[in-house]
Design a protein around this ligand. Sequence first.
Ligand code: ADP
Length: 561
Amino acid sequence: MSLPWEDAVLSTMQDVPLTVTRILEHGVLVHGRSRITTWTGEGEPQRRSFAEAGTRAVQLAHALRDDLGVRGDDRVATLMWNNAEHVEAYFAIPSMGAVLHTLNLRLPAEQLVWIVNHAADKIVIVNGSLLPLLAPLLAKLPTVEHIVVSGPGDRSLLDAAGSHARVHEYEELIADKPTTFDWPELDERQAAAMCYTSGTTGDPKGVVYSHRSIYLHSMQVNMAESMGLTDEDTTLVVVPQFHVNAWGLPHATFMTGINMLMPDRFLQPAPLAEMIEQEKPTHAAAVPTIWRGLLAELTARPRDVSSLTQVSVGGSACPPSLMRAFDDLGMRICHAWGMTETSPLGTMARPPAHALGTDEEFGYRLTQGRFPAGVEGRLIGPGGERLPWDGESAGELEVRGNWIAGSYYNGPDTEPLRLADKFSEDGWLKTGDVGTISPDGFLTLTDRAKDVIKSGGEWISSVELENALMSHPAVAEAAVVAVPDDKWGERPLATVVLKEGATADFDALRAFLAEEGNIAKWQLPERWTIIEAVPKTSVGKFDKKVLRRQYAEGELDVTRL
Ligand code: ADP
């Protein structure tokens, strides 16, 4: 790097690259006894120490290089649940200089095909239980040369796949490999891992994390103002490893020795409750949908989940009713905001010291939280003007920082894409989220720009209506979307899922919104419908695009009040 003036005093500090390799080596050497426990559904869970997983990561790197010919920045994809083998891949692939590409196993088939081809993945490491998903796609994946299968599953599905890719067994491949690897010297700006956004609008977009961004992000995850866990803790990592690196937890844990409890494919409320009772995690991380399911399970079949005292919730807004219910269970939710593009830790809602124990505390916890030093935020108004942090001016949130994307992957040997609608001219990420920031730096998101209901020149927050509805005792879930309206341009349509055996009439729900939810009269929905479940995206968020389409095509039975 050139210096701005000639006779500048040079720093006397060493310039050691920030790499995933370093995180791996540290985890093995200093926290070798910490554990990754993977739920197996029956019998004892699989238990593996960081030292064992680290050795197996070394052996996997040998297998990938020596047997399968992985070189340079080849992309090695994983189609896997959260488990110890996936953690091994997380470390082996970037440490050898290649690029880990985590595939979202809940994406529609055609999107998966698009993504694998776009990234030109050479290898796919796949859990046996996911072969029914992968096998039918293989004929359309010309770049894939090798499939490595791990864990139980029907291998014969690959016989008829019509692919030239060679099939290997994970355990056979790594057995007897050397247990040390002469890791290459890497540039910290090199690509370490990639993850595509779930493509709710247009084609999925590839975000490529560097060694440096992962390292710095992991340090942030470990700070007390963020998750702040230690080797006394066990974190239940429900958020998938294919969803923004499981919010950075596999890397962060190797830095500080936090034990990991991995649910593998057992993500339903009952096994989650069982693993909490049996393995006693102290922390867990997941989107609100998972917690709502767990809450219903614990209400129907109470269990001893008292070990679990800290819960990180993000991915979509945490409804106040959920936070309260978890407080009653002794599990303190900490609300966080982030995106695939932000690695994902953007903000986290730890109330300021002066608010603890006061009436203000709960309000602070409901915000999306404060930015850490590594992330800067600003609000941009409809005319492109910068808005003040006054807690009232609402605009689009833009961010920049050490682990924030500045462009998207555009295929091998091409320049990354700087899309004008995603990045400002001065390089900030346009998040597409709308909200306010208080004078003391707390971000409150009112909506996604595309979900806001624009009624007669005013904005109605769909999230606010949903939260109010979900605090009604008869309501299990509720999603509110904008629908066209002749008079107002758009009006809210409330889609409601009732709790099992519950009944509610729409007039009563509307009155509840006004009286208990403090929703202004002009914001109250007049269109209502009962649905069986809110459609969800591949990462468990409300899929409002589907609801809007269902409404447009007349598939919903709508009552107009
Ligand atoms: P996708 O954009 O495909 O849903 P991401 O996981 O990257 O995938 O989603 C990021 C978006 O999720 C954010 O831009 C924001 O709209 C939403 N989000 C994440 N966390 C929160 C939160 N705590 N509150 C409200 N919205 C959130």
